[in-house]
Design a protein around this ligand. Structure first.
Ligand code: ADP
Ligand code: ZN
Length: 527
């Protein structure tokens, strides 16, 4: 077998539209099921926390269905934002609101007449107008989406009388309706069902995002192959998935696992369809098979008793992480996860984002999502709280994660971080962590001599830490988004704005004691 090239896997497990149009790697908790149901044309009531990602749940189905989706929303500013964002990515969307200029309204009508419009946003008040209703009957409406559906409830604070017209519209047009709200109390829900769905129970989605049976754990890479082999050895005979960042690594690790006596095979997007199907079938039927895969493995895996999921490389985002670990323990029985991360992952992900073709705002959002994941990786308290907090869900410390099992100690790492930042600054932000660590540690390498860096005031100012400890400091600095690789210069670290207050002594940075300590204890192993 020839080794696959060490390129990152381009495939995503989710709908291609999710990546191409919306720029997301994975669904957020709950989104996929809702998107599927709405796309199939079921009546849906979805209760999602604010910020949970409701809009995708009707925007994506709108693109997957023929005809026009009418979106009713009470918030004009929000409608305009969504329309602008959709248009920016090439989706024909328009809004009919009182805030429109005449030209805007004219443009909306034209794209309706031309049969191009996919999403038509309007305020509920519009439904009082005869001409609007005529128009809605004339055009090919295939779905009604209702944002802030609790506005139909007379008992809430947000009652909007015109929301009562939506139920009639649904009946008149005889199309499916998807209602969204963040308000979960049962009276409001019942009222929504009565008024919008004429009492016919819609498919309802009201699920916390938590998967309490899944144990969460992260570890800094410290001989990652050994770490994965040890994790698998402790779970011999159980079905598991190991996710890797590259195709080559899947083949490599699968071989190592087989050598260690496991039933294991690899899976990636470079394999022939038939080969991939074979792995999928084996995994579904056999007990105790380990699949070592890229993210291409996932869509349509419907195995309830996957007992563990390990990440040999850092996932792309919190969303991808949640989706990938979420494949474990669907049967509700205890399942375990381990996610490894190292500076190499952070560098790779950052440069993938910077070198990608995405527009600047999307790149900034991708960096932000990566930061969130790094924040989770180096979390200081209950990991599940941090994870659910990212999805706007509150939770108590869970008792089922590595940080609840063994709380981490932190220390004030401001001095170390300031030394590292000074080294970056004094060398004009043009070097990577390796060379910077040589400077801090006072290593007279050829490069240090050649560049005259032994003359710098920071040279040798960091002898209190070993090279590995400095690596941990740099990794945590990336996690805090104090430094980022320079997209123009391979591997070079640049400071972000967040670094300035630390340099000036105006902000403190906590570092995890354990990563620094473990770096101290262990012999030098390649990260
Ligand atoms: P709300 O539920 O409050 O209407 P939005 O639809 O505005 O939430 O989404 C909240 C934020 O989550 C937005 O910034 C959106 O870009 C982001 N988001 C939604 N879905 C995803 C996803 N699958 N992956 C990453 N970010 C997402
Ligand atoms: Zn916990």
């Amino acid at each position: 077998m020839t080794a696959a090239p060490a390129i990152p896997e381009p495939e995503s497990t989710a709908s291609p539209l999710l990546r191409e149009i919306f720029g997301f790697d994975a669904f957020r908790p709950g989104q996929e099921e809702i998107v599927d149901a709405v796309t199939r044309g079921e009546n849906v009531l979805a209760i999602m926390p604010t910020g949970g990602g409701k809009s995708l749940c009707f925007q994506l189905p709108a693109l997957q269905r023929a005809g026009i989706t009418v979106v009713i929303s009470p918030l004009i500013a929000l409608m305009r934002d969504q329309v602008r964002a959709l248009q920016a990515v090439g989706v024909t969307a328009g809004a009919l609101t009182s805030g429109n200029t005449e030209e805007e309204t004219e443009a909306v009508w034209q794209s309706i007449e031309a049969g191009e419009l996919k999403l038509l946003y309007m305020a509920p008040e519009r439904l009082a107008s005869g001409s609007t209703l005529n128009m809605l009957h004339r055009i090919n409406v295939s779905l009604i989406a209702v944002d802030e559906a609790h506005c139909v409830s007379q008992w809430g604070h947000d009652f909007r009388p015109d929301y009562l017209r939506i139920g009639e519209l649904r009946q008149a047009l005889d199309v499916p309706l998807a209602a969204f709200t963040a308000t979960a109390d049962s009276e409001t829900r019942e009222e929504i069902v009565r008024k919008l769905f004429d009492g016919q129970a819609p498919r309802s989605f009201l699920r916390g995002f938590d998967r309490p049976n899944i144990h969460l754990a992260f570890a800094a890479k410290d001989g990652p192959r050994r770490q994965i082999l040890e994790f698998a050895a402790a779970r011999k005979g159980q079905s598991g998935i190991v996710y890797c960042g590259t195709r080559a690594k899947t083949e490599d690790l699968a071989r190592a696992l087989r050598d260690a006596g496991h039933a294991a095979c690899h899976y990636h997007g470079g394999m022939e369809a038939g080969e991939r199907r074979d792995v999928e079938t084996r995994f579904a039927r056999e007990d105790g098979l380990i699949v070592v895969a890229t993210v291409a493995f996932g869509m349509g895996i419907d195995k309830p008793d996957i007992r563990w999921v390990a990440h040999a490389d850092l996932p792309k985002s919190i969303e991808s992480y949640y989706q990938e670990i979420g494949r474990a323990g669907r049967d509700g029985a205890p399942a375990e996860t381990l996610t490894l991360f190292g500076s190499d992952d952070i560098r790779l992900r950052r440069s993938q984002i910077d070198e990608g073709l995405a527009p600047p705002e999307r790149r900034a959002a991708d960096h932000g999502r990566l930061n969130a994941l790094l924040g989770l990786a180096e979390a200081l308290t209950c990991r599940r709280q941090t994870l659910l907090g990212y999805f706007e869900e509150e939770a108590a410390p869970c008792g089922n994660c590595d940080l609840c099992d063994t709380p981490v100690e932190v220390f004030d790492g401001t001095t170390a971080v300031r030394k590292a930042l000074s080294a970056i600054l004094r060398t004009n932000q043009t070097y990577g962590a390796g060379h910077l660590i040589d400077i801090l540690y006072g290593n007279e390498t050829d490069r240090v001599r050649e560049k005259g860096h032994s003359d710098l005031s920071v040279f040798g100012c960091g002898k209190e830490y070993s090279k590995r400890q400095w690596q941990a400091v740099f990794r945590q600095m990336m996690g805090h988004d104090l430094v980022r690789p320079d997209p123009e210069r391979h591997g070079a670290l640049r400071m972000t704005e967040a670094a300035l207050p630390v340099l000036k002594g105006e902000a403190q940075i906590s570092l995890r004691k354990d990563t620094i300590k473990s770096a101290e204890r262990r012999p030098a192993v390649k990260m």
